[in-house]
Design a protein around this ligand. Structure first.
Ligand code: DAH
Length: 351
């Protein structure tokens, strides 16, 4: 065989082995097999310049080379196709023996968890849960709690008014989103009178307030109410102290300050020693050593009477505590808006 054909075949086969993908393969085909400009075509053209007697042998040899290269090309093309297919299959393999992904489970909102804790602590102390409505009449939210219209104490609660509709009963005339859980006191007393009452009223409250890191326009409170014979201020203080111990640890101490609420007389505010520093003073208790836990007092005679009880025979105590604020102190949450922000990165920390 002519030397140029031998070396052409060797060179073409070597180059073919190097072609690693479809583009390289096509470039190889153009370079060696294409009729015009291909290396094989050029080798064929040589035939015209050969002596007549050499032409048949050369032509046959060139043809053999052509067939060999075409076959090699087809084989390489097929091999690459198989390789690509195998790679694709390997990449997409599904291992059906692997365990599935478990569906993620939800959990109670941090506030719901806290409310359950309060309920459990007060249940141990004999308090049952009593529910009142979120939308209250002006009378229940204010008037019956000894806060008549135009009384300056109304300024303690920035109020969402729901309706000014004319109603047949003047007491029903104006609806509000309850600004505190205290109206439930009247409902519980009217419901139970003349039986003794020992209830907590957990619920959402609403205030017409600027939303900031420290204040929300909706938040929870837990109201407490005990009415009966011979209930004294010391019963209230003992109850709050016991609550603090059950909720925040047996070594908690309590202190009481005089205060003012229209529906209690006398009124107090109760503080417990700081749960983080134990009273030494830290950033959480603003270096006072104390954390406020409740507003409270002895139920005002007017309020007792509005509940149906004769204040000469019956007495009672009441208290109101926040839910989000203590949780913020406990968990060092610096922005109350997280509670209603629905950010799972926040909520998921309390699973
Ligand atoms: N209702 C009061 C408030 O929202 C809290 C409160 C204070 C409730 C004293 C009480 C109480 O029952 O005795 O600010």
């Amino acid at each position: 065989m002519h030397e140029n054909l031998v070396s052409l075949r060797a060179e073409a086969l070597a180059a073919l082995a190097e072609a690693g993908d479809a583009a390289a393969l096509e470039a190889w085909r153009v370079r060696y097999l294409s009729r015009k400009g291909g290396a094989l075509g050029a080798a064929m053209d040589v035939i015209g310049k050969l002596p007549r007697e050499e032409r048949p042998a050369y032509g046959q040899a060139a043809n053999e080379v052509k067939v060999a290269l075409e076959e090699a090309f087809a084989a390489r093309q097929e091999a690459l196709k198989q390789e690509a297919l195998a790679a694709e299959l390997a990449a997409g393999t599904v291992d059906v023996t692997l365990p599935g992904r478990p569906p993620s489970l939800g959990h109670l909102h941090i506030t719901s968890q806290n409310l359950r804790e309060y309920r459990a602590v007060f249940a141990e102390m004999g308090f049952e849960v009593y529910d009142g409505p979120d939308v209250e009449t002006d009378d229940y939210n204010f008037g019956l709690l000894n806060i008549p219209p135009y009384h300056p104490a109304r300024d303690m609660w920035d109020t969402f008014w729901v309706s000014q509709d004319a109603q047949p009963d003047p007491a029903q005339r104006t609806l509000v989103m309850r600004t505190h859980t205290s109206p439930g006191q009247i409902r519980a007393m009217r419901d139970r009178c003349p039986e003794p009452v020992r209830v907590i009223l957990p619920g959402k409250c609403y205030r017409y307030e600027q939303i900031t890191a420290r204040s929300e326009h909706q938040f929870y409170q837990i109201e407490g109410l005990a009415v009966g014979r011979n209930i004294r201020l010391t019963d209230l203080i003992g109850t709050l102290h016991e609550f603090a111990r059950k909720m925040y640890g047996p070594s908690r101490t309590l202190r009481v300050r005089g205060s003012y609420f229209p529906f209690t007389e006398p009124s107090i505010e109760a503080d417990m020693d700081c749960i983080l520093c134990g009273g030494k003073g830290c950033a959480v208790c603003k270096h006072t050593g104390w954390l406020e836990i409740a507003g409270a007092g002895m139920v005002h005679p007017i309020v007792l009477r509005n509940g149906g009880y004769d204040p000469d025979v019956y007495s009672g105590f009441a208290f109101g505590m926040g839910v989000e604020r203590p949780a913020m102190l406990r968990h060092r949450i610096n922005d109350i808006r997280y509670f209603y922000g629905n950010d799972l990165r926040f909520l998921g920390q309390f699973g």
